[in-house]
Design a protein around this ligand. Structure first.
Ligand code: SAH
Ligand code: SF4
Ligand code: F3S
Length: 469
């Protein structure tokens, strides 16, 4: 029920809005780096800023507020941010009134140090403090540089409806949890994102339903470790696991595809695999990062599984969800890794038949367990060589994976024009593979088509439409 006070406040807010509309809305520009969580957070930031009468712009030089949502996962990611800040500095020379804000993981890691090191930065805001942005911006306009890097145990931004930035109108990401309670020894995320917490499932389902109503046809449920999602209703003791959540979101509509990322091998349960079997609209694709194929290295990495255990998990996935594609993250040259141990990673790529992998050279991150306990002793030239071997092998394995699809029919959700040709559409199949095929009159993004696969590269399937809706 609305109280007279809230009536009054609403009137006021409305009046304020009228004034600022007459002045012209202030504009913000945002660049995002790092993982999907960060891109998803930028959409939450956009929503908070919209409430504060800012509208997004793609032109940095016309912005009143320039934001960069940063990543700290590897040293290179932070170097990229520093370079972009130099570019922002140049823009600010022509537009001295513009404010510059650093958001995300690097803001959280470096805190006030960022203000000391980067004189042009006005505000530094960590991933759990975005609600404070309007206040920090207000203070910065008055010349007071500010930092809020408070990490919360509760914040999930559950009530905020993200403003979709750079959207294709077909696929969207939904954050279902924040933070990470694992302590993989190489990883900075637990320090930059804080403790793990799960979002109220009913707000997740509501967001998915709303997206479906607006024409979206695919949602990806996001978290650093989605399989450890857990939520309990304080009043009724009702519990929701990740498998239950998957079923709830899949139940929104059979035409809404559901994906999820990332699955830590130690937490994915049979119940999740059964949910994938039960619902045709839960995609047959699991991102299951192995990191290394060698048990000694996995122990040093604190991944809590060894090679055999991981292989048993992969077998179980292929057994319960035949045709499921599995992809991975792999780190080359972790502390003390020998050439023989590196061979175990190579053999794992072949054994697991990954459809694709994200592959990295180990980069020591300050403050992590590995930085404290182990020496970063694999020479850079060795790391580079091992990474190249991993990439070469994965490309070959991906190519073979794709070749096995030639002659098959698959259902593809059209996402838009192919990057190379306006005569072709691109979309993904259930296994998350990119499929490119010639357009047919009347078809548009957001529709499903059945495509016969005729050819492939290591990254893309090529085919032609067999039937459309
Ligand atoms: N939560 C996800 C991964 C998040 S980070 C998971 O557990 O799988 C994404 C990937 O970056 C990791 O899987 C890892 O392969 C890589 N990564 C993380 N820290 C790294 C580091 N210090 N050096 C190199 N790669 C790293
Ligand atoms: Fe990092 Fe491990 Fe957490 Fe993934 S599960 S975010 S790799 S600590
Ligand atoms: Fe990077 Fe933070 Fe994601 S460190 S990978 S943006 S959680």
């Amino acid at each position: 029920m609305r109280t007279p006070l809230s009536e009054h406040l609403q009137g006021q807010v409305h009046e304020d809005k009228l004034i600022s509309t007459q002045d012209g809305l202030k504009k913000f520009y945002i660049e995002s780096y790092g993982c999907q969580m960060n891109f998803s957070d930028s959409e939450i930031v956009a929503s908070i800023l919209k409430q504060a009468d800012f509208s997004p712009t793609k032109a940095m030089d016309e912005a009143d507020l320039i934001l960069i949502n940063t990543c700290s996962i590897r040293e290179k990611a932070e170097e990229t941010v520093r370079k972009r800040l130099r570019v922002f500095g140049k823009t600010k020379e022509n537009n001295p009134g513009a404010l510059i804000g650093v958001l995300g993981c690097m803001a959280e890691r470096l805190k006030t140090k960022l203000l000391e090191e980067e004189k042009l930065v006005d505000i530094v805001v960590g991933p759990d403090a975005y609600r404070d942005l309007p206040t920090l911006i207000g203070n910065a306009s008055d010349g007071e540089r500010g930092v809020n890097v408070f990490l919360s145990r509760e914040e999930t931004y559950a009530d905020i409806s993200p403003v979709r930035l750079d959207s294709n109108g077909v696929t969207a990401f939904i954050s279902i949890m924040r933070g990470c309670d694992n302590m993989c020894s190489f990883c900075v995320v637990p320090f930059t994102r804080g403790r793990e917490r799960s979002r109220d499932p009913f707000t997740i389902v509501a967001e998915a339903s709303d997206l479906f109503e607006r024409g979206y046809r695919e949602v990806t449920l996001l978290g650093q470790n989605v399989d450890s999602y857990k939520w309990a209703n304080e009043n009724t003791d009702e519990k929701v696991t990740f498998a239950t959540l998957l079923r709830m979101v899949a139940g929104v509509h059979p035409l809404l595809r559901v994906r999820f990322s990332t699955s830590h091998p130690k937490d994915i349960t049979d119940d999740v695999l059964y949910a994938m079997k039960e619902y045709d609209n839960i995609c047959n694709y699991i991102h299951l990062p192995v990191q290394s194929g060698n048990s000694r290295i996995l122990k040093l990495m604190n991944r809590t599984y060894d090679r055999n255990w991981y292989q048993a998990k992969v077998n179980r996935i292929y057994e319960l969800v035949p045709g499921c594609a599995i992809s991975s993250d792999i780190i080359a040259g972790f502390c003390s890794e020998t050439d023989l141990e590196h061979q175990d990673t190579l053999s794992m790529i072949e054994w697991a038949r990954y459809s694709m992998s994200y592959m990295f050279m180990y980069s020591e991150r300050p403050g992590t367990l590995a930085a404290k306990k182990y020496e970063d002793d694999v020479d850079i030239s060795v790391k580079k060589r091992r990474l190249q071997e991993i990439i070469n092998l994965q490309n070959q394995v991906s190519f073979e994976h794709n070749q096995r699809d030639i002659g098959c029919l698959c259902e593809v959700l059209i996402e838009g024009d192919s990057k190379r040709s306006e005569q072709h559409f691109r979309g993904r199949n259930s296994q998350n593979k990119m499929v490119v095929f010639k357009k047919q009159a009347g078809l548009k993004p957001g529709e499903y088509v059945t495509v016969r696969i005729e050819d492939c590269t290591s990254a893309t399937l090529l085919g032609s439409i067999e039937s459309s809706p």
